[in-house]
Design a binder for this molecule. Structure first.
Ligand SMILES: [Zn+2]
Length: 492
């Protein structure tokens, strides 16, 4: 997974559009005959799980409510992230899961501190900003300089060396809203590489219009990239209205000067952790179906849609399986990853919980039969993308029959992005799948102070649990999985 994908998954537009059209048709004609064909034991059990979850008989809401209320924001490497992991492990033990454990790993943590921003000329105006994750602080006296506005990252990259000396570079590009979240992957490059490219041209600070679709006065934080072990200049996201204000001022021909302060700091030698729990398989317990999500969050909200909701969805799905009178043949393993949101100063730079898991479980990866991650909020699932060898299998037909009644259709293409945390395992040869979620409103809220429990729609949360529970059961119990294609393990 490239470092550019921090905390949002990219999706193929073509698959989404096709699935949306088919979903709309399905909602008109109803599930009809496909349901009658659910004739195997695995499909029957999966259908029961789907119905139970969709009716709200699952623990997802209680989990996401308690996690976000009790611990609030859970920045990577923080005390609250650690306490949330301890709570999650204790709760999973109480719920009766098998093999519950916490696996720790070192991280460099980042703390926001306080930050301020104003336009100081032509007339004073306050600005709403958020330092980008991993941004260094300003000098104690702050930075005051003229802003140079660029319409896109490419325009900034076309500026000659030295042309920004002593100035603040700003990228004003707007993110496009799409159902599949594809607008994020084309917009996030400015957040990831903008500080580096601005610094190379002499800029002393970097601003960007938030990588988000909302027009409220919130700034969307999110990590940027370390370059040779450091983020080169203080870097901030502006709320969309503030970015537009600066753009208009500049267009009026005025020189815009801003003043920026930040007391951000780093904590070397911090610890983060992955929480693991299982429903052990009855016949092939060493074969694993991995369901992932991440426990850490950004600091501005309570990390409800990103990604307490994902942890609730996979825990609730696995819990429904655990409550059945019979075990699946294979093991269902949930992994609540730590430190998904932040970059690190050294290789592999990002997805730290994901990399820690893939390293620690390297010997087991050949026995992981399927892996997926819930990390695009809590709105409804509309498509399932399976790894290519599975696409025409009996398993795919079973999944299609079980998922169609809740509006989930088969994606015509392979997974576009399996999720930041499971990607290192997929790079190590594990087949990856993707349950695509409706991301239309996700990027209005993503990484803002507005990411709170109130943004979660309970009925859609239940639909997610229904899809994950049914699919996990099918994968863990199916007798018709495609043979695993041997893959070269990725380097550590
Ligand atoms: Zn996330």
């Amino acid at each position: 997974m490239p470092v550019t994908s921090f905390c949002a998954r990219r999706h193929a537009g073509r698959a989404a559009i096709a699935a949306t059209v088919v979903a709309a048709l399905a909602s008109i004609v109803g599930p009809g005959p496909v349901r009658a064909a659910a004739d195997t034991d695995a499909e029957r059990v999966a259908t029961g799980l789907r119905e139970t979850a969709a009716a709200g008989r699952n623990i997802a809401w209680d989990w996401v409510s308690e996690l976000t209320t009790r611990f609030g924001p859970r920045p990577a490497g923080s005390a609250s992230e650690h306490a949330a992991a301890e709570w999650a492990a204790a709760r999973l033990r109480t719920l009766g899961f098998d093999e519950v454990r916490i696996e720790t790993f070192p991280v460099t943590a980042w703390v926001r501190g306080t930050e301020t921003a104003q336009i100081v000329a032509p007339f004073p105006q306050p600005l709403v900003i958020a330092a980008l994750g991993e941004s260094p602080p300003t000098p104690p006296a702050g930075i005051e300089a003229e802003v140079v506005v660029f319409g896109s990252l490419e325009e900034l990259q076309a500026a000659p060396p030295g042309s920004l000396t002593g100035r603040v570079a700003m990228v004003a590009a707007a993110m496009v809203r799409t159902e599949d979240g594809a607008g994020y992957s084309s917009a996030v490059g400015a957040r990831i590489d903008g500080p580096r490219d601005a610094a190379r041209r002499g800029a002393i600070a970097f601003l960007l219009r938030s990588t988000g679709t909302g027009t409220h006065r919130f700034a969307h934080t999110g990590t940027t990239r370390y370059v040779d072990g450091r983020v080169p200049i203080p870097s901030f996201a502006l709320s969309a209205p503030d970015a537009l204000q600066i753009q208009r001022l500049a267009a009026l021909g005025d020189k815009v000067r801003v003043r920026l302060t930040s007391t951000a700091r780093y904590i070397e030698g911090a610890r983060s952790q992955n929480v693991i729990a299982e429903v052990r398989g009855s016949e092939r317990p060493r074969e694993i179906v991995l369901l992932g999500a991440h426990l850490d969050s950004w600091d501005q909200g309570t990390g409800a849609i990103d990604d307490a909701a994902g942890t609730a969805i996979v825990v609730a799905a696995a819990r429904l399986i655990h409550e059945l009178p019979q075990r699946p043949r294979r093991t269902v393993r949930i992994v609540l990853f730590g430190s998904e949101e932040v970059a690190q100063p050294a290789v592999p730079f990002g997805a730290f919980g994901g990399h820690a898991y893939a390293r620690a479980h390297r010997a087991e990866l050949p026995e992981h039969v399927l892996a997926g991650e819930s990390d695009l909020g809590a709105d409804r699932v509309y498509a399932l993308a399976l790894p290519p060898p599975w696409a025409k299998s009996g398993f795919a037909h079973s999944a299609a029959r079980v998922l169609a009644p809740i509006g989930v259709l088969m994606s015509p293409g392979p997974p576009d992005d399996v999720g930041t945390d499971v990607q290192p395992s997929v790079d190590g040869g594990v087949p990856g799948m993707e349950l695509n979620q409706d991301a239309t409103r996700y990027f209005d809220i993503h990484h803002t102070p507005d990411d709170t429990l109130e943004r979660i729609d309970r009925a859609q949360l239940d639909q997610n649990v229904a899809a994950w529970a049914a699919l996990a059961w099918l994968a863990a119990d199916s007798g018709q999985l495609p043979a695993r294609t041997p893959a070269e393990p990725a380097p550590p």
